[in-house]
Design a protein around this ligand. Sequence first.
Ligand SMILES: Cc1cc2nc3c(=O)[nH]c(=O)nc-3n(C[C@H](O)[C@H](O)[C@H](O)COP(=O)(O)OP(=O)(O)OC[C@H]3O[C@@H](n4cnc5c(N)ncnc54)[C@H](O)[C@@H]3O)c2cc1C
Length: 238
Amino acid sequence: MNVLDCIIIGGGPSGLSASLTLGRARRNITLFDDGTNRNRVTQASHGFITRDGIKPQAFKEIALKELENYPSVSYFTATVTEIIKDIGNERFTVKTSTSQEFVSEKIILATGIQEIFTIPSIRKFYGKSLFSCPYCDGWEQKDKPLVVIAEKEEHVLHLTKLIYNWSQDLVVLTNGVQLSKEGKIELQKHNIKIISEKIKDLIGNDGYLQKIEFETGANNYKIGWICCPILLSPKSIC
Ligand SMILES: Cc1cc2nc3c(=O)[nH]c(=O)nc-3n(C[C@H](O)[C@H](O)[C@H](O)COP(=O)(O)OP(=O)(O)OC[C@H]3O[C@@H](n4cnc5c(N)ncnc54)[C@H](O)[C@@H]3O)c2cc1C
């Protein structure tokens, strides 16, 4: 079996950049990607110079086109399901969802991370009308009345302080969590309203959030929405 110099798992910006550099270094490499990149839900990616506002898919297509210039780089659309290290020769055998096997001297894991939301319906709106990174999407929300959903005090304080640069018209939803007295004072100093009622559901159409319903029956309507993922965990390969 042909032994590759390197297998790169993940064709997001990290894996694509690694592929380009290794391709230019004349290494025999294979790149796998299964299209589950985090930002696939977003309409436009911002803040990367020369590509501000590009759709993630268009970014990927340009990158893959550039990789075609390097004959030692191969690309497969497949999920890597297993990596086995041979302790005798230190090589890696990689198995894929397409029942193929590849052997390589090195592996680069560029599989990205994933958000975990404690309110599952956030997923329906994430990337289209509910955002987590103000540097990525804050410009489009500037000076709008914004709702910030965050359940840990440290996240509430960090996120509101950050987002305050884009809009000072903020309401914080803590989904049932009570903030400390000091935390409340800090927010009230900046005229930021706190709603600590438990959220019942997020309502909207086609990815566009329109209102948030609370368990008490009350509703909250605002124009823009920012949320804080509770946990970011590395994606695992089974
Ligand atoms: C909603 C949203 C909006 C964002 N907006 C911006 C923005 O405007 N500007 C900005 O700079 N950043 C933005 N980001 C952040 C940006 O998307 C990430 O920083 C970037 O994608 C990280 O690149 P990565 O290559 O590490 O991971 P990813 O882009 O997540 O790529 C990982 C790749 O690995 C693949 N993969 C995972 N496991 C396997 C496997 N077992 N087999 C095969 N393939 C696998 C996936 O298919 C995926 O394509 C945004 C993120 C989100 C969620």
